[in-house]
Design a protein around this ligand. Structure first.
Ligand SMILES: C[S@@+](CC[C@H](N)C(=O)[O-])C[C@H]1O[C@@H](n2cnc3c(N)ncnc32)[C@H](O)[C@@H]1O
Length: 231
């Protein structure tokens, strides 16, 4: 497997399956089920222009593309964008456009207010605190006023001990990453307190709702956020 900005840094796939490529290992994962959960929370409309930020191999965009007019996937992993292009062709996803780009450059890639709805799934945690704030600012810029910004599948710092069996295991992983100059606290990225996002939105006067993941496999330590872009 070739290494790039995601593969070999955050994810270590055992094979080239869509699940392994997106750092999901095990039979408990189902892209359709995850996409249905996003669709239920975001309520895409048939006329919507949608941004899938950090789209990876587009395994989620494949399903979400069916419930909107146009969808744009952006990702900085060369390997995953190549995989996304193959999926687009195989599934004949005509309304999906793919962009090999850094997420922090979306305001250069797209005009202001381009999107009715934007989402970023299992990815917001790969940005440090400073970059998270910048990303939110840029997401708000490219998303229409009163549109929706959805951040999904974020590891919840306030429930970190639902994930780690011992503190030792967490700190060992943390120190090992530091020693390798890898960034992040673990392979999941950074653990984020939901309050960090709600406070940022409050400062920008955007309304937010923290949502649980109900029946998804990581509901005991991950959360979603729905932001109404009342800019
Ligand atoms: C765990 S994968 C999730 C992919 C997809 N959203 C999904 O749920 O299947 C995280 C993705 O974030 C992307 N990513 C992380 N940092 C990025 C950045 N700065 N710019 C663009 N993509 C980024 C990675 O390349 C990877 O595809």
């Amino acid at each position: 497997m070739p290494q790039d900005k995601f593969i070999g840094k955050w994810a270590f796939p055992l094979d080239d399956s869509l699940l392994e490529q997106s750092a999901r290992r095990g039979g408990q994962y189902d892209f359709k089920k995850i996409a249905d959960d996003i669709i239920e929370k975001v309520h895409f409309g048939p006329g919507d222009v949608v941004l899938d930020l950090c789209c990876g191999n587009a395994a989620l965009a494949k399903f979400i593309s069916k419930s909107c007019k146009e969808i744009h996937g952006v990702d900085h992993s060369a390997h995953l964008i190549e995989s996304a292009k193959k999926l687009k062709e195989k599934e004949n996803l005509k309304n999906l456009s793919l962009h090999f780009e850094d997420a922090l450059l979306i305001d250069e890639l797209f005009s202001e207010d381009k999107f009715d709805k934007s989402y970023c799934y299992f990815s917001f945690q790969y940005f440090d605190k400073q970059k998270r704030e910048l990303l939110l600012k840029k997401l708000s810029r490219v998303t229409k006023r009163n549109g929706v910004i959805f951040l999904g599948d974020i590891p919840d710092k306030t429930r970190i001990w639902n994930f780690y069996p011992t503190k030792l295991k967490f700190y060992r992983e943390n120190i090992s990453r530091l020693a390798q100059f890898k960034g992040g606290e673990c392979d999941l990225g950074w653990w984020i307190d939901p309050k960090e996002i709600t406070d940022w939105c409050k400062r920008k006067k955007l309304s937010t709702e923290i949502l649980s993941q109900k029946n998804l496999p990581h509901s005991h330590y991950r959360f979603d956020v729905l932001i109404r872009n009342t800019k």
